[in-house]
Write a protein that binds this ligand. Sequence first.
Ligand code: FAD
Ligand code: DLZ
Ligand code: SF4
Length: 508
Amino acid sequence: MVKLVLVLGDQLSPDLSALREADIDTDIVVMAEVMGEATYVKHHPKKIALILSAMRKFAARLRDDGWTVAYSELDDPENSGTITGELLRYASQYEADEIIATEPGEWRLISALEDMPIPVHQFGDDRFVATHSDFETWADDRKALRMEYFYRDIRRKTGLLMDGDQPEGGKWNYDHDNRKPAPDQVDFNGPMNFSPDETVNAVLDLVEAKFDDHFGDLRPFWFAADTEQARRQLTHWVKGGLPKFGDFQDAMLTGQRFLWHSIISMYINIGLLSPLEACQAAEDAYRNGDAPLNAVEGFIRQIIGWREYVRGIYFLHGPDYVDRNALGHHRDLPWFYWGGDTKMHCISQAVEQTRTDAYAHHIQRLMVTGNFGLLAGIDPHQLHEWYLSVYADAFEWVEAPNTIGMSQFADGGVIASKPYVSSGNYIDKMSDYCKSCDYKVKDKTGPDACPFNLLYWHFLDRHRDRFKDNHRMGNIYRTWDRMDEDRQKAVLSDAENWLSKLDAGDVI
Ligand code: FAD
Ligand code: DLZ
Ligand code: SF4
């Protein structure tokens, strides 16, 4: 009997487990552009265009390889609007009695497939190094699930940057040499821009017609849309960006959207690049003397460390993880996350490039928009939906642990051993943002005081019971306790006033 083989928009890899399990001569690959996936959160138009363009090109590649592909375009009159609806439609058309899938990266779709009236066999997604059971075994009986130890196991398992059974250079982690403040000049010209071809242009017209009420600029569209282009971007970055990636990984500069970052997460996450080929390219650059160890180790750690680890956490903690709110934060997401006016230059820079490019780098996400959300007590679920919709690389398995866990401490400390909060000082040290801001980063109270300064102490004060005994936060609380009582009162009252203006919708 005929089987259907589901390939989702973030599963565009020729060695996908579902394809390996299928019979090219008899089975039918199903790929479906559907409104349901584009609107369950209102994804950035560039992200929708990336996925639909890459899906169309991947379908063509599968056909060239000999597969029969049943492909639904978004505006097909018959299109039911959902993945399961399309599977049922094709099951009836081809008289299929079974569906083969690779496990989706989101609980929502996993359960939708489980609930289908015909049998669906979901195979593990082995484009990752660690399986669910590898992660469960590693996590079992550990009090704290710290990424660093997991990462070392994956280094050993993959052999990446290993010297026998020892880490290359004698240390597992070279972060000590990384994270320098922003330099004056950027000597790398950022990601490659790919001109839209006929297929991409057709998608751009479609996305423009259907999603003009979604936040974000569709054009100019410069993303890669197939593996050949994504590999060119990887090679371009390894040559020009990788050597200084480590040094300036955490730096931020006004008007500089990409710095030395790789801009490949969106290509890896939809399957155009494999994570291991990216790591291997970086390791080769190190072995050839083209990139220093601190940069290469830092990059490899992000991919086989953080990326694998957050996926493990997402699947270990189940579908309710995205609803966690350990700190009881309930303030609505402010308008300036959607591009509205704010006097905070750091926020407007991060949001502006999110709007134009569906991209912001890690420290902008963690220490600017994330830090603000945590300090101001924004509802973590609203932040989660924001990050999931606005970034081209956002899929729930990777976005939710980064937002709910790492950034918002809403999981109560599963991922982060202390909340990632900082005053304006950190942003000032790592960027040039504060120089062009209406607020004064040196002011700790008063009308011009940087809101991050006010809210930092407000956060620590209101969560004192939870964090006062955290050994990594003792010094911070001692600093607060040493502060003159009148000054403490002034900081807290200025913070309250500022939050009232935020709640009233004043431009702040
Ligand atoms: P680089 O800075 O060049 O890093 C290299 C690669 O490492 C990335 O391409 C990515 O594959 C990987 N990586 C780095 N950090 C992480 C991390 N924390 N988790 C997983 N992979 C990582 N990343 C996503 O891929 N999708 C998301 O939806 C996402 N949401 C985030 C939300 C928040 C609140 C935060 C703080 C971080 C989030 N990240 C997410 C992680 C990180 O910000 C992006 O992976 C990175 O900015 C992508 O840009 P790049 O390709 O230029 O990465
Ligand atoms: C994100 C997305 C979008 C915008 N559109 C589609 C689509 O039309 N068809 C499809 O198969 N997948 C799409 N995706 C990716 C899915 O949302 C993704 O597979 C799940 O969120 C699981 O990671
Ligand atoms: Fe951001 Fe404060 Fe600096 Fe302004 S002064 S850019 S609000 S950190």
